[in-house]
Ligand binder design. Sequence first.
Ligand SMILES: [Zn+2]
Length: 79
Amino acid sequence: MSNASIRYGARIRKMNAAVKREKQALYKCEVCGKMSVKRISTSIWRCRHCNTTYAGGAYSMTTTAGEAAKSLVQSLSRQ
Ligand SMILES: [Zn+2]
C-alpha cells in the first residue's frame, strides 16, 4: 500500500465518522426552540418535543436554522 492510499483511507474514515455524528445530532426546533429535532428517515426530521416534522437534507438539516444549530453543536463539542 502506497503512502497516498493510506492517507486516502484515513480521510474516508474521518468523513464517515463526521456523517455518523451529523445523523445522530439534535437540531434546534424553530417552533418550540428546543434542541429536539432528530433525523427520523432520509430527509425527514422531527422535533421530539412538539412533533413538528421538517423536510431537510439526507444527513443534516439544510435550513438556516439547521446550519446555526450545527455550528452551535460544533462549538459546544470543541469546549
Ligand atoms: Zn419543537
